[in-house]
Write a protein that binds this ligand. Structure first.
Ligand code: DX5
Ligand code: ZN
Length: 220
């Protein structure tokens, strides 16, 4: 059964309590926290995501799935480990070299969280191979990172299945998370390609009943 990680990026200020409680009640598998620094991507959501994730931590025991879209990964790990997330994901493209990637992996593990690495649409899947034995999840961006409400880039389906084939062939136990443009139309296609954690923001937050849409996105 796939898991759903609800992105709270587009939750309006002032409505966060109502939405977070409703998502907690709808039993989203994770809260997906989109941290943007205004440098790695244009938007800056740092302050809001610190506030939102601390609030969620207070009202819910459901796991936090932190997605760092930041240049300074180390600081992001330090700041967001304060909310004891289940997983912290950083971007391969934010690291200058292999040593930096390995340092970030080590730091996340020292903070007691699972490790995810994310790659942007134009990054080849082969670039992540050498890190797979050390991490728990690969986050394949199915849109250009930086904002919600975009359309899934269908070329990414082949990338998902290529990764799935690779991890199966090499017996690597790892989650494949996909992020961006996931809805009732695209969910079956990314699941078929091999994704087992689906991030969805818009598709869930525009729905009148969160539980129904979350269950439908999970449907086999
Ligand atoms: C984009 C974020 C995604 C986005 C998903 O940079 O990483 O998590 O918020 O939003 P939807 O589901 O609306 O595409
Ligand atoms: Zn995200």
């Amino acid at each position: 059964m796939v898991e759903i990680s609800t992105s709270i990026l587009t939750v309006q200020k002032g409505r966060e309590a109502e939405v977070f409680f409703a998502l907690e009640k709808a039993k989203t598998d994770y809260f997906h926290i989109d941290v943007m620094d205004g440098k790695f991507v244009e938007k800056d959501t740092y302050k809001d995501m610190i506030e939102y994730s601390s609030y969620i931590k207070r009202i819910s025991n459901l796991p936090l799935d932190i997605h760092l879209m930041v240049e300074d990964v180390e600081t992001g790990i330090e700041v967001f480990s304060a909310v004891e997330p289940n997983i912290i994901t950083f971007h391969l493209e934010a690291c200058k070299n292999k040593e930096e990637v390995m340092k970030n992996i080590q730091l996340i593990k020292e903070k007691g969280a699972r490790v995810g690495i994310s790659i942007k649409p134009q990054t080849n899947i082969e670039e992540i191979h050498e890190f797979l034995p050390y991490i728990h999840m690969c986050l394949i961006m199915t849109v250009e990172p930086g904002k919600g409400g975009q359309t899934l880039i269908t070329d990414m389906l082949a990338k998902i299945s290529t990764l799935k084939e690779y991890i199966d062939k090499h017996n690597i136990e790892i989650d494949i998370e996909v992020d961006g443009g996931i809805n009732l139309k695209t969910a079956p296609r990314v699941k078929k390609a091999g994704a087992n954690i689906l991030v969805a923001g818009t598709a869930i937050l525009i729905a009148s009943d969160y539980k129904t849409i979350i269950d439908e996105l999970k449907e086999e």
